[in-house]
Design a protein around this ligand. Structure first.
Ligand code: FHN
Length: 483
């Protein structure tokens, strides 16, 4: 059995066919929840928990470099780690009291940003539950805060029309039965069994308590112990789906009996969408093999939870995120931008700016973002192409000095642009279908003129209406070159 981390989809025909009993439970779905998923476009991730109280440091000492990330600060090791560190961390529930937290304000901000779904951390690797779980003492109920934070988030986002996905870490540093290795003795096996029952109970409890939940977003499923529990996870996925028909579960939940994660040993997707794109995006649409997917992205290089001191670390700007968003959309995926509120429960100033600026852009260019998906045309170095049945959108990120945005279309008599305009202002743009001649008969080109007086400080979208190619666009037949 292999326990390797997910790398990427392998071309199916390159694999020998292997007998698989614990493969996909459902095939490609085309029901209403999945059609909705395909039109989310933009999502928000929120990482919030005990680690948010610390911001990546303790008593003025930074854990950066000695812990993998601020939300991993419990794993702080080495000379800078405070003495008895994990005991100190594990008692943070006693001071968990984010008094400024207002889930309705978060949700309003997310709606202004244009997010159509949220993924919220109900329990991260530290095992602390942000809802009063009946199956654990390590929850918000045993903190000065006491409030059901998951419930507040579900209600607030649902009220703003934003779909809720619940993040749930299987990996749990607090549960005594959790082990990363496959247990080898009786006591270990009993502890692990206990852990599995607790995991099942918490998941059913979440679905029971929060019926508005649209999806479960799993994490921490890479350890050998979980990988070896494929019979249990197969049964559990079935149970979750039965409990909540339409529930969306990504490919990070379980693996087949050979240890293949995300895709079974024959390359079939294990879940409703590919959930392995984290801080990296596919290089091209072909890599995705037609599967649904989303990409989750931090604003800094690698901090999901709040990091107090970000000095020396590049923070993505709204322009970066617009670029990434449209890159995802051009490949049919959603971009999910992570926010890590501080210990009082407030979003940071930078996140506030991102929400505002990204939101303004998305609102002005909504047609290119939500209902427009991948189009089967050559990529252009100018930016990203999206489209629907009647329109094509070019998000210009790299403005050409020539003042001409040139798009290449196959010369097979299919539909071609008949009019162009700027999506945000509606200003009409001059365009022409040109037979440049250098492609012989393979392509025709659409040239859109970007006037010099179009002053853009961000990426902008050119909308092209598609229609039947007219007389004037007919291509001349040319003889091939003799070489
Ligand atoms: O270890 C976590 C990490 O802290 C964060 O939650 C991200 C979000 O996708 N997931 C894990 C790493 O893959």
């Amino acid at each position: 059995m292999t326990t390797s981390l997910w790398t990427s989809r392998q071309p199916r025909d390159a694999r020998p066919s292997v007998p698989v009993e614990y493969g996909p439970l459902v095939g490609r779905r085309d029901d209403e929840p999945m059609r909705r998923f395909r039109r989310y476009g933009l999502g928000q991730f929120i990482h919030f928990g005990l680690y948010s109280l610390l911001g990546g440091e303790y008593d003025g000492v930074s854990a950066t470099g000695a812990a993998p990330a601020p939300e991993w600060i419990r794993a702080w090791r080495g000379p800078t780690a405070p003495p008895n560190w994990t005991d100190t961390y594990d008692r943070l529930n006693e001071s968990f009291d984010p008094t400024e937290l207002d889930a309705r304000a978060w949700a309003r901000q997310a709606r202004q940003m244009g997010a159509r779904y949220i993924i919220f951390t109900t329990k991260h690797h530290d095992g602390f539950a942000l809802w009063p779980s009946a199956h654990s003492d390590y929850t918000v109920a045993n903190s000065p805060f006491r409030r059901d934070l998951v419930g507040e988030v579900v209600d607030a986002y649902t009220a703003e029309g934003i779909d809720v996905f619940l993040y749930f870490s299987v990996l749990d540093w607090h549960h005594p039965g959790y082990t990363s290795a496959v247990p080898t003795d009786e006591a270990g096996r009993a502890g692990w069994q206990d852990f599995l029952e607790y995991t099942r109970a918490q998941l059913l409890e979440l679905l029971e308590r929060y019926p508005a939940t649209r999806g479960l977003w799993f994490d921490g499923t890479w350890d050998a112990s979980w990988v070896a529990s494929h019979e249990f996870t197969h049964r559990l996925e079935q149970e979750l789906r039965e409990k909540r028909p339409g529930l969306i579960i990504g490919s990070r939940f379980r693996n087949d009996e050979h240890g293949a994660r995300h895709f079974d040993s024959n390359g079939a997707l294990l879940g409703d969408y590919e959930q392995g794109w984290e801080r990296k995006l596919p290089a091209n649409h072909e890599m995705l093999g037609g599967n649904d997917w989303d990409g989750v992205m931090t604003i800094g290089p690698n901090a999901w939870g709040w990091l107090r001191d970000t000095s020396g670390q590049y923070q993505k700007t709204a322009d970066d995120l617009i670029d990434l968003l449209m890159r995802c959309r051009s490949m049919g995926g959603n971009l999910v931008v992570n926010f890590g509120p501080d210990g009082s429960g407030r979003m940071t100033a930078h996140e506030g700016r991102i929400a505002e600026q990204l939101g303004a852009w998305v609102a002005a260019n909504a047609d290119a973002v939500y209902d427009a998906g991948h189009v089967d045309l050559d990529p252009t170095g100018l930016g990203w192409l999206t489209g629907d049945d009647d329109r094509l959108f070019l998000t210009v990120v790299n403005r050409p000095v020539t003042g001409i945005a040139r798009l290449r279309f196959p010369a097979d008599g299919g539909r071609l642009p008949v009019a162009a305009r700027l999506l945000d202002s509606g200003r009409a743009l001059e365009m022409r279908i040109t037979d440049i001649g250098y492609d012989l008969d393979a392509a025709v080109y659409c040239d859109v003129v970007i006037p010099a007086d179009v002053r853009a400080t961000r990426a902008f979208v050119i909308e092209l209406a598609l229609g039947e190619a007219g007389e004037s666009t007919a291509k001349a037949e040319r003889i091939d070159a003799w070489m």
